[in-house]
Design a protein around this ligand. Sequence first.
Ligand SMILES: C[S@@+](CC[C@H](N)C(=O)[O-])C[C@H]1O[C@@H](n2cnc3c(N)ncnc32)[C@H](O)[C@@H]1O
Length: 280
Amino acid sequence: MEGGYPGVGMAQHEVSVRGVPEWIGPERLLDARGWAARVEGETTVYEGARASTEAADVQARLRGLVLDGVFVSVDVRPALSRARVREARLVDARRRRVTTPGFDRAGCRVDDEGRWSLTPAAIALRIGEQARGRPVLDLGCGAGGNSIGFARAGSTVVAVERDAARLLSAQHNARVYGVEDKICFEHGDATAWLSKAQGQLVFVDPPWGKGARSSPQRLDDLPLLLRLHGERGPPGELWAKVPASFDTRTVAPCEREAIFGEAEGDRRFVKFALLRWGAP
Ligand SMILES: C[S@@+](CC[C@H](N)C(=O)[O-])C[C@H]1O[C@@H](n2cnc3c(N)ncnc32)[C@H](O)[C@@H]1O
């Protein structure tokens, strides 16, 4: 009987999860306790016994997720009741309302598209710190999330954006964070700027388009990245923010990092992946 007596959710289920690549950080997604890893062909399978509430949580969060071009599968035996699955989905949806804030200072301006694609300030700062003060060319800077993160961490930045209104927002937001004098804002096409890069670290956060989180994405799906990456890989140092669903087999070999959120609702959720080519 699911749920068991006397404790609700105490029944044990054998759970196996396939399709979570090592570099994504399975310990964070799965919560490392009590999982056994088994290699099966090119995949690692994670297996463990879980009480029904925990099994339902894993299923609700991970089943059908796309990571690195592969659909994650979650098998639970015996199967969970519909009620348990529904409840876990509700709990997860409620939890997800509390996510890492976009801009964390009052007075910032973001339009709808800018808000949707904004890198949260705390995460942008973390990424900025990895640049260790080197000059950055941010191609497609949007409302300025990443440019501001790099500047706050000590880099000078050239921020290029084709949408004039969004560029003005980025400039305004840089003032809110007190880094406007560290960022040179340029209205124009990113690809024209690539040839002007002079030893800077090039950062790109290309528009992802619809369905990027729920279906595998390839290099062809991100035209701006495709232009910067070229056929054989970028000529210089390039960092790209791509959806977790992005199939890294479609690009030249690179360093890969899964970026998780910091709040209750996204700390076990891969918000995006950061790919790096040509890092010194
Ligand atoms: C995902 S958003 C960037 C978000 C930004 N990293 C942030 O955290 O606020 C991508 C931006 O690239 C811009 N963009 C797309 N293609 C471009 C191009 N060829 N030249 C310049 N900007 C471009 C879009 O207008 C959009 O604002």
